[in-house]
Design a protein around this ligand. Sequence first.
Ligand SMILES: [Zn+2]
Ligand SMILES: [Zn+2]
Length: 431
Amino acid sequence: MSEGASGECTIYEELTQKDEEENTSDDDESRVCGVCGDQARGYHFNALTCEGCKGFFRRAIQRSMQLHCPFMNNCAITKNNRRSCQACRFNKCQSIGMRRDMVMSERDVLERRMRIKKRKMFDVPTQLSSQQEETIQELLCGHHSTFDSEFSRFSGFRPMDRIILSVSEYNQPTSKPFQPLTNCSTGTCTESSKSATDPRTSSHANSSSSSSGLCGSSEGEKVGKSSVFTALPHMADLTTYMIQDIICFSKSLPDFRSLTIEDQIALLKGAAFEIMQIRFNMVFNAKTNIWECGQITYCIDDGVRAGFQPLLLEPLFRFHHTLRRLGLQEEEYVLMQAMSLFSADRPGVQQHSVIDKLHENVALTLKTWIDCKRTGPEKHLLFPKVVACLTEMRTMTEEYCKQVLQIQDIQPDDISPLILEVVSKDSCNDF
Ligand SMILES: [Zn+2]
Ligand SMILES: [Zn+2]
């Protein structure tokens, strides 16, 4: 048995030893090993001992050694003869108060070493692993083929209830609360009605006034005779278009395709709204409060006229500002989408552990990406801020589903089956 070789101590031992050394540092007289009388360096396993007796006691416990005294079980243990009888040395250890429960098993020591190694890897991620690079490339590729920031593929939709205004016009400050749109000024809208005095329209305008003022109200016209929510047909078409692209995005990912179809549906239902908002954030202009979707631009008031309530729109608006302020790069945006998509805690998910792994993988990739590619003091807070944004969206997803169903009750013909499927609570097996 080698005795007290340096570097043999576990971190735990090192740490506890240091503390206790400090406690006894001014007590040099008594610093002898309670077992053999050799010079003691500190407290080990609850007793003041030398390095040799410390190592001896640990090995005896870890190896569960069976010890027998060849003499009378009363050998005197000294610095010079301490190796001659292990049994009596061990008994002496116990008699001076060394505790077996403070010795970690060899497996514990190994596990601890692994944990420390792992932690070091997290602290100093020198570069992205090739697998992480691949994950990012897959996500970027899927994103590029399914998200068109110019919205050039968005066509054939039902018209917006207003004329398309330029950004500068939107931006004009207004103190007027939102007014129902009564006059049709140009021919961009195909249908108009004379229902400006419709009492339902008026009450809608009143109830929604609290979330107005976020951007200027626009002039336009009402669509359809029985429409309370005049922007709903167009907004429903936009949402449907976005969801279809998000389904294509998900299907482009090998990890997603490897899941059961039931889980694919559960994940999409859970994440569609969130991914849609992440994507809309990429075209959000925080200075003008406008979502710049190619030829078409949107403001928060469009959501009001589609029937959404302040309980959703206000946090949503704040969310877009918060997320935009982070100044995410495209890689970070797509990883954020993937983190939302691979969320094992969505209703109806079966393979929790598989999806948890996928989530962990993309989350770690984002964290490593930020560590490697970002500079400046704000980089350390970026990952937790992205996670906070994702958490915030969770609450909004619930509210969104609730409000869509309320809108559907009032104006049942405008919302597509795809949107209804996303917001419905029951799982559906065909899409
Ligand atoms: Zn000793
Ligand atoms: Zn003995």
